[in-house]
Ligand binder design. Structure first.
Ligand code: ADP
Ligand code: MG
Ligand code: MG
Length: 889
């Protein structure tokens, strides 16, 4: 195998092997853009190293060969004393992991070559600045020295000289700083800073490999669901210098605004600076547009390159560049992250520009982004004063208590508080706190700062660079203009879509996208916003493309009507249990307590018209569309009073010698019905078989409701669903009774009701015997919540709190199987049952009604296994429609 690729050998499709950065450096090289020469060590080499603890045997020679070629090309040798070639050693995994992995610049400098560099550049200050940066980065990331020690020494040097920014330090100061830094390395790492350039390079390469497995990197991957076994590539890239004086500098740019999607000049530039200075916020950057004034030639060239890149990648790109004495160099590009709103807008803009087609547009957005756009926003008309304004870095409306460090953010959020994490700027150590917070507020840094990039990636609200806010993390407070002090625990609100910061709680209003789905805002109308327009168009693309139908889980007419507005094509699950609660509880108690069949029938008779009325409304609201009604599922004791409470009542009545006949009977019933394991007990079809008349009453209510709707010239399409069936015999018995009831109602009303009867597949045995069950079922609806419970033997109500966190941390699964369907286990039962069912009954209708029906990844799975529809809660319907469309691309 080949472990090293020159930038001229790769291309953008080799991300698995070369990582995102390496693949795109190669792509830019091949496009003829000015990329400093270099080479990439593959993720394969990293994997061997991480598995065995050693480099693959061939790697050293391959690196040597590529280094030789690089030296030849550059006309100087790595670290050569009189004229050193310097390189950066840069990490770069398949997926970008901002701030997670570490890069070392200026490799090749030593006590000797720093002199050579000074002479060659004619700039002593520059050479020593580069050297101190190398020792600092190398010390921190390769030798594991606490970075603060270097920072403190740098601060001390500035203080001693009474200057505020690093560019004001002169060569002599920097020389002293280098001595100091070397001492820090010696004491802290127990070794000298290596003077041999090749040793520097090799150690840095290993450090990049190792950084794949830092806690920070692992946490980020878990968050982003990036597999842990990909490994990182390492890029070795010849250095270009942005710190060579005012005609040099470094910057970042976007080909479009990653917040709005608008085309234009977006980015930040910093003169006389190197590498991460721009994003670290150590000095204030200028907007990219100012580069035109500073260096028109480079600016024009950059604009042209940006156009080339956008047309080539057919998407928004972000870019890192450096200008060395008026010469522009490209250091990185990738298809850029963007806000959810921008994703929709950019996708439609690119369609309009003729760069991509509708199908491609669907791949540029996703359900998670749509869900994010459906979040509520702040009420603009609320009379709450803004106290500051920063950069709208990641949208959303977040309200919470101010906290000034990650530790507190995590602690408070664990105890149920909503918090806003406020920092001057964030760094990778703040990741826990950022995850725990509702939103993130920083006083420094731009759209490309760590806070902004990471928050956008997590879909978390973020306002950054709110410079008029004075954040004092040590004293846990923030001073706002006018002098008011916000202490830890004070409530603040931040708006990631406008950048506004408010004191106190701002009321929230629904998002325009929800207003649109609700039919209160119309695409095409004059005042419709751009975002709504884009969502409208993308939804149309998805609806044209998708094969899966989307239904709603809804139990009442109000939810059903909303679901219809959101695009539901029927109800996939109407739970009937709420129809037994409230005022009806008493009737149900009587049913459960009945001693004789006559008593039982009495209460069922009273329940019947109530149930029927519920169904009439539901069928009316879903007129012309299928409505799947599930017969009673939960164990009966859920409808009875709590055992402890009831015992107390009985005991009290006894001691007061009050009559308590009924309470006592109730208590006995509760005891009788008490189960150790109710989820595996008397529920679902078992109830229907054990309590005579219960299911037939429900079936009659459904049939009579349908007949009533027919009489009113409606078009009811009811489907009767029997829950928790494990064997076809259960279904056959219920079905026989149901068919009889339906026939009676049809005869009485003189209409054909065309009711279909089917079952939920939610027990492993049902899935395994689906071929038999299909004999008695016209449809299957996979109840993947219970199926997940029963396949794994997990109690859904307990495991999330008890051990799922540990499982997630250990990587046993990347996401809870209750959230995203476990394809290998639960999913293969679904597949098997679907196949067996259709073998018995080719026109068997197949759907899913568990929570998974609205989960993007699961929707793709259900599409692949050939289900007819998914059913989910009304608010998730747009997401399911979109993902069903994406699945069909
Ligand atoms: P990250 O993935 O954190 O962005 P990079 O490898 O891109 O890390 O590098 C960190 C910083 O150093 C970036 O600003 C990058 O542009 C800069 N940089 C990397 N390599 C070079 C180089 N060869 N010459 C000049 N600057 C470089
Ligand atoms: Mg970095
Ligand atoms: Mg970079």
């Amino acid at each position: 195998v080949k472990f090293v690729y020159d930038f001229t050998e790769g291309n953008k499709d080799l991300k698995d092997l070369l990582g995102g950065k390496g693949a795109n450096l190669a792509e830019m090289t091949n496009l003829g853009l000015p990329v400093p020469p270099g080479f990439t060590i593959t993720t394969e080499a990293c994997k061997v190293y991480l598995d065995s603890g050693e480099e693959p045997a061939a790697l050293r020679d391959e690196v040597s060969a590529h280094l030789d070629a690089l030296e030849q090309r550059m006309g100087k040798k790595l670290g050569q004393a009189d004229d050193p070639l310097l390189v950066s050693v840069r990490s770069g995994a398949k997926f970008s992991m901002p701030g997670m992995m570490d890069t070392v610049l200026n490799i090749g400098l030593s006590d000797k070559s720093v002199q050579g560099l000074a002479k060659q550049a004619g700039d002593e200050r520059f050479a020593w600045d580069s050297y101190r940066r190398l020792i600092q980065m190398f010390g921190k990331t390769v030798l594991g020295v606490d970075g603060e020690l270097f920072e403190d020494a740098l601060e001390a040097a500035k203080a001693a000289k009474k200057v505020t920014v690093d560019t004001e330090l002169e060569a002599a100061d920097l020389k002293k700083l280098v001595t100091k830094f070397k001492k820090i390395v010696k004491t802290e790492a127990g070794r000298d800073f290596p003077q041999d350039p090749r040793e520097q390079m090799d150690l840095a390469i290993h450090a990049v490999f190792d950084s794949w497995n830092t806690d920070r990197a692992k946490l980020y991957r878990r968050q982003e669901r990036i597999p842990h076994d990909l490994g990182t590539a390492v890029n070795v890239c010849s250095m270009v210098f942005g710190n060579l004086g005012p005609d040099s500098g470094t910057g970042v740019a976007f080909t479009r605004d990653p917040a709005s999607g608008h085309q234009g000049v977006y980015g930040d530039y910093l003169q006389n600076a190197q590498g991460e200075d721009v994003v670290a916020g150590i000095r204030n950057t200028v907007p990219l547009a100012e580069l035109e004034r500073i260096d028109k030639k480079s600016y024009d060239q950059l604009m042209q390159i940006m156009e080339t890149l956008e047309n080539h990648y057919k998407d928004l790109c972000d870019i890192e560049f450096t200008i060395e004495r008026g010469v522009l160099w490209m250091l990185q590009t990738r298809v850029g992250k963007r806000t959810a709103g921008a994703a929709f807008r950019i996708a439609t803009q690119l369609v309009d520009q003729g760069l991509i087609d509708e199908a491609e547009a669907l791949t540029r957005v996703n359900g998670a982004q749509l869900a994010q756009l459906m979040f509520p926003r702040f009420d603009e008309s609320a009379k709450v004063a803004t106290v500051g304004r920063g950069i709208a870095a990641s949208p959303g409306a977040a309200v919470g208590k101010a906290v000034f460090d990650s530790y507190t953010a995590v602690k408070w959020s664990r105890s149920g508080e909503k918090v806003i994490l406020i920092r001057r700027e964030t760094n990778p150590d703040d990741l826990d706190g950022m995850i725990a917070a509702e939103g993130i507020l920083t006083s420094r840094g731009g759209k490309t700062s760590h806070a902004a990039v990471v928050a956008r990636g997590m879909g978390k609200t973020c306002v950054c660079g709110a410079e008029e806010l004075e954040v004092d993390t040590k004293r846990r407070r923030m001073t706002v203009p006018g002098g008011h002090v916000v202490e830890e625990g004070d409530v603040v609100s931040i708006d990631g879509s406008t950048g506004k910061v408010y004191l106190g709680e701002v009321p929230v209003v629904p998002s325009p996208v929800v207003e649109y789905f609700e039919g209160r805002m119309h695409a095409g109308a004059e005042d419709a916003d751009e975002l709504v327009e884009a969502v409208h168009r993308i939804m149309a693309f998805a609806d044209r493309k998708r094969r899966l139908r989307v239904r709603a889980n809804a139990d009442n007419a109000e939810d059903a009507l909303r679901a219809r507005r959101f695009g539901a094509q029927g109800i996939g699950l109407c739970r009937t249990e709420h129809m037994f609660l409230g005022d009806r509880r008493e009737l149900v108690e009587r049913l459960i307590l009945a001693d004789t069949q006559a008593e039982r029938e009495e209460s069922l008779k009273e329940l019947l018209p109530l149930q029927k009325q519920d169904f009439v409304q539901l069928f009316e609201s879903m007129d012309g569309l299928p409505v799947t009604v599930r017969l009673l599922d939960p164990p009966l004791h859920e409808f009875l009073p709590d055992i402890t409470e009831l015992s107390v009542r009985v005991a009290l009545a006894e001691s007061r010698q009050e009559p308590h006949e009924n309470e006592l009977r109730l208590l006995q019933a509760v005891h009788r019905l008490h189960e150790q394991n109710p989820m595996l007990g008397l529920r679902g079809v078992r109830l229907g078989l054990v309590i005579p008349g219960l299911f037939t009453m429900q079936v009659r209510a459904i049939a009579e409701a349908a007949a009533e709707r027919k009489a009113a010239k409606g078009d009811p399409r009811a489907e009767i669903m029997i829950p928790l069936v494990g064997t076809v015999q259960e279904l056959e018995i219920v079905r026989e009774e149901a068919d009889q009831v339906i026939a009676e109602v049809e005869a009485a009303s003189g209409t054909q009701l065309k009711l279909s009867i089917g079952t939920m597949i939610e027990l492993p045995r049902a899935a395994l015997t689906a071929g038999q069950i299909a004999e008695a079922a016209e449809f299957f609806s996979f109840g993947t919540n219970d199926l997940t419970q029963t396949v794994w033997g997990f109690s859904r109500d307990d495991v999330e709190a008890s051990f799922f966190t540990a499982y997630l941390e250990k990587g046993i699964f990347g996401v809870s199987p209750f959230e995203t369907i476990d394809k290998d286990g639960v999913g293969s039962l679904v597949k098997l049952a679907a196949k067996a069912g259709r073998e018995t009954r080719p026109d068997l209708k197949l759907g899913v009604c568990g929570e998974h029906g609205g989960d993007p990844e699961s929707v793709h799975f259900f599409h692949e296994v050939g289900l007819d529809y998914v059913s989910c809660s009304p608010f998730r319907i747009p997401v399911a429609r979109l993902e069903a469309g994406r699945a069909a691309v």
